[in-house]
Design a protein around this ligand. Structure first.
Ligand code: C2E
Ligand code: CA
Ligand code: CA
Ligand code: CA
Length: 279
């Protein structure tokens, strides 16, 4: 009826207004958070599957907002992308990650690996590789200890700048990792066309490997394929001992997940490294 139609219309405009309001509110607060140093980089251990030793970390952004509580990166990263704020925020993450890594490389392990998420807009900047190069020098970071994690979204547009940035990054010796492997449509052809070093099997595949033989089969195939292409393979989202045992049997190289540790503030992560290096 006409009445129902109007109600549906009102419902949608309300919802749109609310969503839009939330977005605008988040955008403004995110801008302030960056300016006022309210963003923080956490570190989640990357472990060697063979012995569970910490060999590196993934840098993950956190935003503690006094009014809104903790806002998930899954909500604020897309807003940062759409508004262009991801450019200064992305640089902030790289600097924080490099600064911490330099400290850990000189105090604990010279080969400490740091993985950093890079979003499509950042990656498409023509100055991106220049920025990366100068930050590597400024923080005294060996390029081979850095891995940039990209998702299929980075590669989808397929334009020339992506190609040239990927080869330039490869040329300076920084590694490139395909994040969320298996969730997109074209991951396989991308692996063939671009200079990847690492494949990160998405946590949605790891979740059920102990109960779903199909998922176990897929993860086994992804690991074998990765190795066949000379890539290292990381499993993300390992939460149980049983999942860990299966991945170990499948000869997965590295792992991340709550079984080992959640992402931690810098000082807490450092305490883990310290404990590992006590005789
Ligand atoms: P991602 O890159 O796939 O990161 C892995 C996510 O899985 C992280 O969520 C991490 O906290 C979570 N995780 C780790 N171990 C486990 C586990 O055992 N179980 C479960 N259920 N989850 C686990 P987080 O930190 O909320 O980040 C979400 C996404 O936001 C990231 O997914 C990434 O796409 C994006 N993101 C986070 N930080 C940055 C950043 O600095 N730059 C960019 N561009 N994106 C970022
Ligand atoms: Ca990632
Ligand atoms: Ca992922
Ligand atoms: Ca993701």
């Amino acid at each position: 009826s006409k009445e129902q139609g109007r109600n549906t219309y009102t419902f949608f405009t309300h919802k749109m207004n609310n969503d839009m309001h939330r977005r605008l509110q988040l955008e403004e607060q995110l801008r302030n958070a960056l300016k006022n140093n309210k963003l923080e980089v956490y570190f989640q251990p990357l472990v060697d599957i063979r012995n569970r030793n910490i060999v590196g970390a993934e840098a993950l952004l956190r935003w503690h907002n006094p009014e809104l509580g903790n806002v998930s990166p899954d909500e604020f990263i897309p807003i940062a992308e759409q508004t262009g704020l991801i450019i200064p925020i992305g640089q902030f993450v790289i600097e924080q990650a490099f600064s911490a890594s330099h400290h850990w490389q000189s105090h604990f392990m010279s080969q400490f690996k740091i993985a950093i998420n890079v979003s499509p807009k950042q990656f498409r900047e023509d100055k991106f590789v220049d920025l990366l190069t100068s930050l590597l020098a400024q923080y005294h970071i060996n390029p081979s200890s850095v891995e940039l994690e990209v998702t299929e979204g980075v590669l989808l547009s397929g334009d020339q700048i992506i190609n040239s940035n990927l080869s330039a990054i490869n040329d300076i010796g920084v590694s490139i990792s395909m994040d969320d492997f298996g969730t997109g449509y074209s991951s396989l052809s991308y692996l063939r066309s671009y200079p990847f070093d690492t494949l990160k099997v998405d946590k949605s595949f790891i979740n059920d490997i102990t109960v779903d033989p199909g998922d176990l089969e897929l993860v086994g195939a992804a690991i074998a394929m990765g190795h066949g292409l000379n890539l290292s393979v990381v499993a993300e989202g390992i939460e149980t001992e049983e999942q860990y045992q299966l991945l170990s049997a499948l000869k997965c190289d590295y792992g991340q997940g709550y079984l080992f540790s959640k992402p931690l503030p810098k000082a807490e992560f450092e305490a883990l490294l310290d404990a590992q290096h006590k005789p």
